[in-house]
Every structure is written in C-alpha cells, then in structure tokens.
Design a binder for this molecule. Structure first.
Ligand code: MN
Length: 228
C-alpha cells in the first residue's frame, strides 16, 4: 500500500518466552467488575448491563517501558486488571463461544486521571480524557491459554514501592471472562487482536512520579515499571 504519510506503527505486546509478539487491534475495558471497587467509587453495579469503555491501542506501554506522568491531572490512579487477548471473535457470542476466543492472558494497569473522570461524571461527559490518554495502558507480556489458564482462585495484586495496594482473587469478579466477552460481543464485533481489561478490585489510589509498580497475576504474569 502506498501511503501519503508514513503508516503508523502496529501496536503489539510481547509474548512470554517467545520472539513473536501479539498484534493489538483494539483495547476494551469493563468498569465496575468488582463489587468492592464499585463501592469505593460510590458507583452502582448492573451486571445485566455492564459498562465498557475503550483505550487506543497505542496507549499500551509494553516491554517494561517507563510510564510518563500524564499532563493536566493531579490525581493519576492505578487500577490493576487481568488482561485477556483474543485469537478470534464474533458477535452475539454464547459463553462457550466467548471462552473459545481467548488466546492468552496478562496483567495490566488501567491508568486513570481520576480528577478528570470525576469532572466527566459530574458533567455527563465522555470518559476519554480520563481513561484513553497516551501511555494509559501498561501491560505485561502475554502467556498463551494453552500454557496456563487463570481460575477463580488466582490472585491478582499490585504493589507500589513494595507496599500492597490492591489484592483480590479472580473469583471476586462480578462477570467472569466468558460473561465479559459475551456481553461485549453484543455491542461490538470482536476480532483477533482485541484485548480486554477485565476490571479492578478495591484499593485504587494515587501514583506519583518515581513510584515503582509491580502487578501480579499469580502464576501467570508480572508487570513491573515506574512512573517518571
Ligand atoms: Mn478499570
């Protein structure tokens, strides 16, 4: 293809133990998927109508790169989340069909400009400036589902400067992975390369310049990095 400007780079995520990378098409996120986090945000929960938003694929931060503290905000928050990567997709997927689309798993941070999110909520404005900013989606290397599959007992946690801020098990999720993907597939046609941030447990709090983070999906993936 001849292009009038240089083609933008294809965002991708490393795969643990392999030279091949996972090319990313779109980044979906579910909100309010842990009851204790919804409660700490003063938000209601409606599992029949889950709340989704997106980030641009080039908001991903991979390979342990530093996360620049974003502009405008004075309240950057961490949200540790399991990340699911899809090898296929479709629309109106059953739970069984949805489960079969998963290629692999990782762990990531859904970084949030919490002050701008509060302003958006108050005004009924979109969340893009709060959620979809540059470098807002650090993510670990992915592990194929053929090698490891998280269970309800799998622990997800986040340490900041060695102190645990968030910890839960995946069984605390209100919607599990097949339910998330099935619901999402009613709103969007899912395709190979899509990834989904699956929601955060309680304990979200502020990140400062110089903070070091270590996110763990026990036995699956670890993400380490720092805010600069
Ligand atoms: Mn989130």
């Amino acid at each position: 293809m001849n292009t009038v400007i240089p083609s933008p780079a294809q965002p991708s995520i490393p795969v643990a133990g392999r030279s091949e990378r996972f090319p990313v098409r779109r980044v979906f996120c579910i909100g309010r998927n842990y009851a204790d986090h919804a409660k700490e945000m003063g938000a209601s929960v409606d599992t029949a109508n889950p709340m989704f938003f997106t980030k641009p694929a080039d908001a991903l931060v991979t390979d342990g790169a530093d996360v620049p503290y974003p502009s405008v905000t004075h309240d950057l928050h961490h949200e540790v989340e399991m990340v699911v990567a899809l090898a296929s997709g479709g629309t109106d997927l059953t739970l069984e069909q949805a489960a079969a689309t998963v290629w692999g798993y990782g762990v990531g941070l859904d970084l949030t400009r919490r002050d701008l999110q509060a302003q958006a909520k108050a005004k009924g404005s979109p969340w893009d400036v709060a959620k979809a900013f540059d470098h807002s989606a650090p993510v670990s290397a992915l592990v194929p589902a053929s090698e490891v599959t998280p269970t309800a007992a799998t622990r997800i946690s986040l340490e900041i400067n060695g102190e645990t801020r968030q910890a839960a098990t995946l069984g605390d999720m209100l919607l599990d992975v097949p339910a998330i993907l099935s619901a999402l597939s009613k709103l969007f046609e899912l395709k190979a390369g899509d990834i989904v941030y699956t929601g955060t447990p309680a304990g979200v709090s502020a990140l400062l310049r110089g903070d070091r983070f270590r996110a763990t999906l026990e036995g699956v993936a670890t993400l380490e990095g720092r805010v600069v």
